[in-house]
Write a protein that binds this ligand. Structure first.
Ligand SMILES: [Zn+2]
Ligand SMILES: [Zn+2]
Length: 214
């Protein structure tokens, strides 16, 4: 079984997740956006061995704690290749948006390839590409556990903004339809910000996704 721990971190209230396999105590960390002390404390309290940091994308609000987490745990950092320029631009964005010095960005230790699977004990996460909010945006699907991490592609009642570099509204809507709405209705959705939801609820009531809506 996989335990799911959740923290809301930073000024942008990013949902950061620690997935821990109960049998092996191995863990994966999704989107450590800020507040490395709280994240490291959570990892220590669970007694987990962090095997990797896997990011849905590299916007500044999702990456700021990565250097400290890597330094403290030695865990490798994984990202889609198309997010490399987004990560490279993070120091500039952080200076402009938050007035903070940050960087250099962490090294990407390996890339995440859509269609590949990540294994955590008995659990499997399928990597899916959901571009449009950011070029290399990913979702992580746990088919067995009926749950998906969607980053900033899909939120409860909304979708990701597409006005940042590399954003594209049509691409995002198409990716949500083909990569996320094809999952069963009872799939729990863990977005990058805000409350959790389900694929069925978003299919029925998300105003951006209702076909034929005015
Ligand atoms: Zn984002
Ligand atoms: Zn975000």
């Amino acid at each position: 079984m996989m335990q799911i721990h959740h923290l809301v971190v930073g000024q942008f209230q990013v949902n950061c997740f620690l997935l821990v396999d109960e049998a092996t105590h191995e863990a994966l960390l999704i989107d450590p956006g800020d507040n490395s002390p709280a994240i490291l404390d959570l990892i220590r309290r669970t007694g987990a061995h962090l095997r990797g940091i896997i990011n849905t994308h590299a916007h500044l609000d999702h990456v700021m704690a990565i250097p400290e987490i890597k330094a403290a745990t030695g865990a490798p950092f994984y990202l889609h290749k198309d997010e490399a320029p987004v990560l490279a631009a993070a120091p500039e964005m952080i200076a402009a948006w938050l007035g903070q010095q940050w960087g250099p960005p962490p090294d990407i230790d390996a890339t995440l390839t859509p269609g590949d699977e990540l294994h955590l004990g008995e659990s499997v996460l399928e990597i899916r590409h959901v571009p449009g909010h950011s070029p290399g945006s990913l979702a992580f699907v746990d088919h067995q556990g009926h749950q998906v991490w969607t980053g900033d592609a899909l939120f409860a009642g909304s979708i990701g903004r597409t006005d940042l570099p590399g954003g594209n509204t049509q691409q995002l809507l198409q990716a949500i339809r083909s990569q996320l709405l094809t999952l069963p209705d009872d799939t729990k959705v863990y977005p990058g910000h805000g409350p959790f939801t389900s694929i069925g609820r978003e299919r029925r009531s998300n105003p951006f996704l209702i076909v034929g809506s005015p």
